[in-house]
Design a protein. Structure first.
Length: 263
């Protein structure tokens, strides 16, 4: 990987194969998201646009992300557009709408907005030792972003447990509930996330981008069977028009050759 971009609170690294890593770098604050950190994420995502097929999100230190930094007041960058894009809800949209596949590598504590990051990521691997939860009910608050994100992604009783108890669940429980795809010991997390990212990055960038769009579209916006199938055909048509990967892949298959991802 190349040397990290110089930025205090968010680090960015790029591999030659289209994999990038964004690391939250406020370990003393459990990677709580102040304005500078949120701006750092937005700028890092912009830097990855057009060059990264896959982005790994992770944290430096014992925490993944402790959510929004509640100790910071209403701080402005002086740039109205950057302020808008770095509001916490807007950061989630930046991740959700980014063309790259985003993998959360949950190295430790993920609270409130930290759990939102897990849910907005396309894939997620957690350390067994990670603790994921929503403390908001203890402040007399419904988790404004983390609650809806969990309710859209998890089974109702699992989402309700997180919202109503303030309990923190472990990596293995998060995997059992479908909050993450996989849980591994902390010392294996980096290798597992890198292996997954490299595997996904072996596929065509256009196919990945449009498949990500489809995964958010169905069932988030389209829940009817016929409409969903019709959208699937639309995506296939877009891929044929935008990329030669499908034709090339079919050619390799017909010639008896293996495509990326085939065992």
């Amino acid at each position: 990987m190349s040397a990290p971009v110089t930025e205090e609170v968010v680090l960015v690294e790029h591999q030659d194969n289209g994999v990038s890593r964004i690391t939250f770098n406020r370990p003393a604050k459990r990677n709580a998201m102040n304005r500078a950190a949120r701006v750092g994420i937005v700028r890092a995502l912009d830097e990855c646009r057009g060059r990264s097929k896959v982005i790994i999100l992770t944290g430096n230190g014992p925490a993944f992300c402790a959510g929004v930094d509640l100790k910071e007041g209403d701080v402005s960058t002086g740039d109205t557009e950057l302020d808008r894009r770095s509001e916490w809800a807007a950061v989630q949209e930046e991740i959700r709408n980014h063309p790259a596949v985003v993998i959360a590598a949950v190295n430790g504590t993920a609270l409130g907005g930290g759990s939102t990051l897990i849910n907005v990521a396309d894939l997620a691997i957690a350390a067994d030792e990670a603790r994921i939860g929503m403390p908001e009910i203890g402040f007399g608050l419904y988790p404004t972003l983390a609650g809806p994100a969990a309710q859209l992604r998890l089974q109702p009783k699992h989402a309700a447990w997180l919202v109503l108890t303030a309990d923190r669940v472990s990596g293995p429980t998060a995997a059992e509930w479908g909050l993450v795809n996989l849980s591994v010991p902390l010392e294996e997390l980096d290798a597992a996330a890198t292996d997954l990212a490299n595997r996904v990055a072996s596929f065509d960038a256009t196919a990945l981008e449009w498949s990500k769009r489809a995964l958010w579209k169905i069932p988030g916006e389209i829940s009817g069977w016929s409409e969903a199938i019709a959208y699937g055909y639309e995506v296939a048509d877009e891929l044929r028009a935008r990329s030669t990967a499908l034709a090339e892949g079919l050619g390799r298959f017909r010639a008896g050759e293996r495509n990326p991802g085939q065992g």
